[in-house]
Design a protein. Structure first.
Length: 346
């Protein structure tokens, strides 16, 4: 083999390497774009199928329809205990109620957990009882009406989820790491008694186990239960938005969409992406309504502390920048979700 032939072959090998190393990133980008396009189309299809506004275009406490792309908004999260085993799809009580306010300029979220046994006035029936009964009496509309009456702020959007959504999302992200505070025996989503057994300590929980821990209130109180639910939800969110879960978005979308109803359109949901992706990180703070045990005639209720409730209402009104002259912060306990090591919060 002469020198010219060797030179030509060496040049060809170098050219093939260059082409190869150019093609790899191009293929990665192409696959990424295709996957993103697929997820976008699937999310639109699945989430559009979850849309249900119950004939309510806006809150009666709003003068105009809000635009989440530019306005401060509120979202009521309703977790229901409906199941095929209980055959209570149309008259289930709410197991979890969380009211979140979002401030566009601050890129911040304040989320208040409303204990399920809170003794409140329910407009649908015209008397006071546990707030979780509102859903059984009149579904989402009655629940929204009750929360608006209680908190004196408009509920712009709602998201209603059943237990299966929580279980499937946790399973879709391959479980979560969580520090179980104590040993528990709890029923599963099929109402099988003592089906879930957890020992104290940090461990990986699957969907059924995470739900059992979130639901149990045998070992502490409804207030601690609400705080625990907030922490578990934040843990799930952190796992879901991590890079490790990118290829699981398909399953996450499917899990949420098939177990959710909401009056938020897909376009409105997309506008929330700006939170935390604009000028800074998303500040996420959680609160719980204070009160005390109240047990007239043998029925247990959570009697809300009126002073603390008023402070919380003013705090949320200020966060939504509604017409109010209040200056009190109204905190009843807060926490932040750290997403990275740079003191950013979500």
């Amino acid at each position: 083999m002469n020198e010219n032939t060797r030179v030509r072959r060496t040049k060809k090998r170098k050219l093939r390497k260059r082409v190869f190393f150019l093609l790899i990133p191009m293929m990665v980008v192409f696959v990424g774009v295709c996957y993103a396009g697929y997820l976008y189309a699937k999310a639109g299809s699945v989430l559009d199928a979850s849309y249900m506004n119950h004939g309510r275009d806006k809150s009666d406490l709003r003068d105009e329809v809000v635009d989440p792309g530019k306005d401060n908004i509120s979202i009521l999260i309703v977790g229901v205990d409906a199941s095929n085993v209980r055959n209570n799809k149309n008259n289930s009580r709410s197991d979890t109620l969380m009211l979140a306010t979002l401030n566009k300029e601050e890129e911040s979220v304040k989320m208040v957990s409303i204990p399920r046994d809170s003794y409140v006035y329910i407009p649908k029936v015209g008397y006071k009882t546990k707030i979780n009964h509102a859903h059984a009496y009149g579904g989402v509309p009655a629940t929204i009406e009750t929360v608006e009456k209680l908190m004196d702020i408009p509920v712009d959007y709602y998201v209603k989820l059943n237990f299966n959504a929580f279980i499937e999302v946790v399973n879709a992200v391959d479980g979560i790491q969580y520090n179980v505070p104590y040993e528990i025996y709890e029923q599963n989503s099929k109402d099988k008694a003592r089906a879930i057994h957890l020992m104290p300590g940090k461990q990986k929980l699957n969907g059924e186990e995470a739900l059992a821990l979130a639901r149990t209130r045998k070992y502490d109180s409804d207030i601690e239960r609400g705080k625990r639910q907030q922490e578990i939800i934040k843990t799930v969110i952190k796992k879901a938005i991590s890079l490790d879960s990118v290829l699981k978005f398909d399953n996450i979308i499917e899990a949420v969409g098939s177990n959710m109803t909401t009056n938020m359109t897909f376009d409105e949901m997309k506008s929330l992406i700006s939170y935390g992706t604009g000028k800074g990180s998303l500040a996420f703070k959680t609160y719980t309504l204070e009160g005390h045990d109240y047990q007239p005639e043998g029925t247990y209720y959570w009697q809300l502390d009126q002073v603390a409730l008023n402070k919380t209402k003013k705090m949320l009104q200020q966060h939504l920048e509604l017409n109010t002259t209040a200056t009190a912060d109204g905190s009843t306990g807060e926490a932040s979700l750290d997403i990275d090591d740079n003191n950013n919060t979500y």
